[in-house]
Design a protein around this ligand. Structure first.
Ligand code: 13P
Ligand code: SF4
Length: 335
């Protein structure tokens, strides 16, 4: 099949109309004929090949609402990965997320439509760095954010995500903890738990760009604006916000509280995804995109599902070592 040859026919229009109704407020009608043939074909192929698509909350609306079977934050995707029945998993997100799925499903085919979809946090630290820190701080437990490579996860005691970092830190019987590699998440969790977190100079290239001044300026410009932020933001940004939580925490906040006006201080595709479900909420959108998440597109997903490439490959030894820190995290009760 030539991927460029897909046409928007009457049959495809009819078959995808219920999906378009969900996204019509965030995808203009003239764009739909470009997306619909891919959505239709991908949804057909999923059935034929017994494949499931897991998509992070930062995927664009045509992926998030059009083809994903399971959507969520990093914690939800890791939890769902334990129960997958399909033979093939397509992870629409970044590489460390696909590795987590592979670690929890070593016998399944795990696809990521672009192997270069990385993460500035995962790039910031190596297994050698963790070994050196263990030498420098003997006996201090090591927590690593899931935004790290499998090789780093293989070196640590337990993982966490932004959705359970507080609970993971509190579950450890220690007052001093190595918390790697996000310096901002560490500072925010240190405040919440009162424990001393030794950290690493890693940061998310998307969230570190937000400033407290920007948030206060928005609050001044829009009366009664509710600001919700991701905890990968610097502490002064989190302090200026009305709520901080994981991407799924932020989505639940909007769905439950239905603020009249909201500013989501995070990657901007997420506002589009939530806006499609909450037409009564006005979204104020500073647009910081994650260039890694945006590598995942419908044509690449179709190509990947057609060719069953590129696959996430990890050796068995690495899987065994990294699995322990992920399973320990999944055993910690979170909100
Ligand atoms: P969440 O776990 O909150 O979805 O965050 C993942 C991520 O990469 C945020 O930048
Ligand atoms: Fe990594 Fe930040 Fe992109 Fe999330 S938004 S994948 S933390 S670079």
């Amino acid at each position: 099949m030539n991927i460029g040859d897909l046409e928007y026919t009457d049959e495809i229009k009819k078959a995808t109309d219920d999906i378009y109704q969900k996204v019509k407020d965030v995808i203009p009608p003239f764009e739909w004929p470009v997306y619909a043939p891919f959505i239709h074909k991908i949804n057909q192929l999923k059935k034929e090949k017994n494949a499931v698509i897991l998509a992070h909350n930062y995927m664009t609306p045509e992926i998030f609402h059009g083809i994903a079977d399971i959507t969520g934050d990093s914690l939800a995707l890791a939890r769902e990965a334990v129960n997958i029945k399909a033979d093939i998993v397509v992870l629409c997100g970044v590489h460390f997320m696909a590795e987590t799925v592979k670690i929890l499903n070593p016998s399944k085919t795990v696809l990521i439509p672009d192997l270069d979809a990385g993460c500035s946090l995962a790039e910031s630290i190596t297994p050698e760095d963790v070994r050196a820190l263990r030498k420098k701080y003997p006996g201090v437990p090591v927590v690593t954010y899931v935004n790290t490579s499998a090789a780093v996860k293989a070196e640590v005691d337990i993982c966490c995500t932004s959705g359970n970092a507080k609970e993971v830190v509190e579950s450890l019987d220690a007052d001093e903890i190595l918390f790697l590699p996000d310096q901002y998440l560490a500072a925010n969790i240190q405040k919440e738990t009162g424990k001393k977190l030794i950290t690493w100079p890693g940061s998310c290239e998307v969230h570190e760009r937000f400033t407290a001044k920007e948030i206060l300026d928005y609050k001044e410009s829009y009366k009664d604006l509710v600001v919700i932020a991701h905890p990968e933001c610097p502490s002064e940004v989190v302090e200026a916000a009305d709520y901080a939580g994981s991407t799924s925490g932020m989505i639940s906040f909007v769905k439950e509280k239905k603020p009249a006006k909201v500013l989501m201080v995070t990657e901007c595709s997420m506002s589009d995804n939530v806006a499609a479900n909450t037409p009564d909420v006005q979204f104020i959108r500073p647009c910081n995109l994650c260039p890694h998440m945006k590598r995942i597109t419908l044509p690449k997903i179709l190509k990947s599902l057609t060719s069953l490439e590129p696959q996430v490959e990890l050796d068995q030894d690495m899987i065994e070592k990294a699995k322990g820190s992920i399973e320990k995290m999944l055993a910690v009760k979170s909100r």
